[in-house]
Design a protein around this ligand. Structure first.
Ligand SMILES: NC(=O)c1ccc[n+]([C@@H]2O[C@H](COP(=O)([O-])OP(=O)(O)OC[C@H]3O[C@@H](n4cnc5c(N)ncnc54)[C@H](OP(=O)(O)O)[C@@H]3O)[C@@H](O)[C@H]2O)c1
Length: 244
């Protein structure tokens, strides 16, 4: 059975990706940071559907987290067919209000540990494997409201480009999937039960609605599949036509 690790898979987009990849026949490693209850629920949902999944607890961005995650993975498998780097934190802070501490934390989770987790797990990824990085429409659409967050996603896109070139000869593809505004906990405070917020979010997308987790999961599933074997080093824009 092929194995896929999804970082930040207890909730939101990561959860949707984990459930979808499990349906596609992968054994899924469900990484989470704090919400053990939700992470266990994902494993239960996969198993109830006849699939296979296990938990891997590690809060990326904290010292030792990459080693800890790699250790838990190695206890269960020596092969990783798909790595989905999804876990990230996002804070909406404009330039004037940003602090060095918050900036460092954003880069530690969204960039540094994504980089070193990939470095650490690369020996487990076989020829023909897949690396999928979840970035954001904010690398294309100016987003001064959260400039440091947007910069972390830009850094990941540059990483993807270089890594795709390096790993191409082995048939390993490396791609970004860039969501638009999706209905997840991150956006709950201004999007859920707030018709004004929801209307604003919809107006940013040509498709005139907020995106669903499953719509990002479907794109990740495609990139992870054999059908996408000749797609690498690129960004799949899944923003519903954000700011067209
Ligand atoms: N939602 C959007 O509109 C949107 C738009 C563009 C891009 N994105 C990107 O999509 C990805 C997922 O976002 P989301 O909206 O699904 O987020 P979310 O609903 O807030 O869920 C975050 C998930 O990541 C985990 N996580 C958070 N910090 C972590 C850490 N340090 N180490 C390991 N796991 C961690 C959380 O685990 P716990 O449950 O344990 O806390 C949770 O499973 C992110 O890369 C985000 O930047 C989202």
């Amino acid at each position: 059975m092929k194995t896929a690790l999804v970082t930040g898979a207890s909730r939101g987009i990561g959860r949707g990706v984990a459930l979808r990849l499990a349906r596609d026949g992968f054994q899924v490693v469900v990484n989470y940071a704090r919400d053990e209850t939700s992470a266990k629920e994902v494993v239960r949902a996969v198993e109830a559907d006849g699939g296979s999944a296990f938990l891997a607890h590690a809060e990326l961005g904290r010292p030792g987290a990459v080693d800890e995650l790699a250790r838990q993975l190695a206890e269960r498998t020596d092969r990783l067919d798909v790595l989905v780097n999804n876990a990230a934190i996002g804070t909406s802070v404009p330039l004037e209000d940003e602090t060095p501490e918050n900036f460092d934390r954003l880069f530690a989770v969204n960039v540094k540990d994504l980089f070193f987790l990939t470095q650490r797990l690369l020996p487990l990824i076989p020829d023909g494997g897949r690396i999928v990085n979840i970035t954001s429409g904010v690398t294309r659409i100016a987003f001064p409201e959260a400039v440091a967050y947007a910069m972390t996603k830009g850094a990941v896109q540059v990483f993807t480009l270089a890594l795709a070139k390096q790993l191409g000869p082995r048939g390993i593809t490396v791609n970004n999937v860039a969501p638009g505004i999706i209905d997840t906990d991150t956006n709950a405070s201004w999007l859920r039960d707030n018709p004004e917020g929801a209307a604003y979010a919809a107006s940013r997308h040509a498709l005139n609605r907020v995106g669903e987790v499953s719509e990002i999961a479907d794109v990740v599933a495609f990139v992870a599949s054999d059908a996408a074997r000749f797609v690498t080093g690129t960004t799949i824009d899944a923003t519903g036509g954000g700011n067209l």
